[in-house]
Write a protein that binds this ligand. Sequence first.
Ligand code: ZN
Length: 221
Amino acid sequence: MTRYIVRGWSLSLVFVVTMFISACNSNGWSKRELTIIDRSDSVMFVTTLPDDSVILRTPSVDVSMQELKSQELQTLMAKMLRTVTDPSQDGVGIAAPQVGINRRIIWVQRLDKEGEPFECYVNIRIDSLYGETRRGPEGCLSVPGYAGMVTRNTDVVISYADLGSGNLKKEHVEGYTAVIFQHECDHLDGILYVDRADSVFINQTWMDELKQYEFTRPDWW
Ligand code: ZN
């Protein structure tokens, strides 16, 4: 009897270990994350309210050192950039939950730098908010066709992982770019601008633009 129980426990352990290994590949990305990274077109499907509320409301986790050096991260970053800069989206920032992946990865258009380049930040956090508070309009790719008035700080200090070494870097950002960082970092904590807005309204120009695009959820999603 004891022997059978022990054997039962052993089989259970093998089952659990097998399930764990199949859930995580050698680079640490989950099976679902790998499916999204590998199978998405270069312009990814963007999660929206209300259908993707669970993903958009789930706090994101850090990218490990191993994942930082993986090809999967490079592929995901490249596809996120193609997505945010595609004419169908035309955003100034995007966060990984917006493509279905709850990891602390964002792209921000650095409007404060010459040439206004898009830059990617991994394991990013806002260390401090300061300066004045200003009320201004915001929109979100995950709430298409709407805009809202949000009060944000003019200055932030961000920390993030250096993409080469993984070492923590810190930076002070100000102006509208600081607002983009606040908006995108909110996504990583499951917060949307509509939670902070004192008013939300239809952006008719954007609504009209959306009509020329067809957003289809992939069949494997
Ligand atoms: Zn957004």
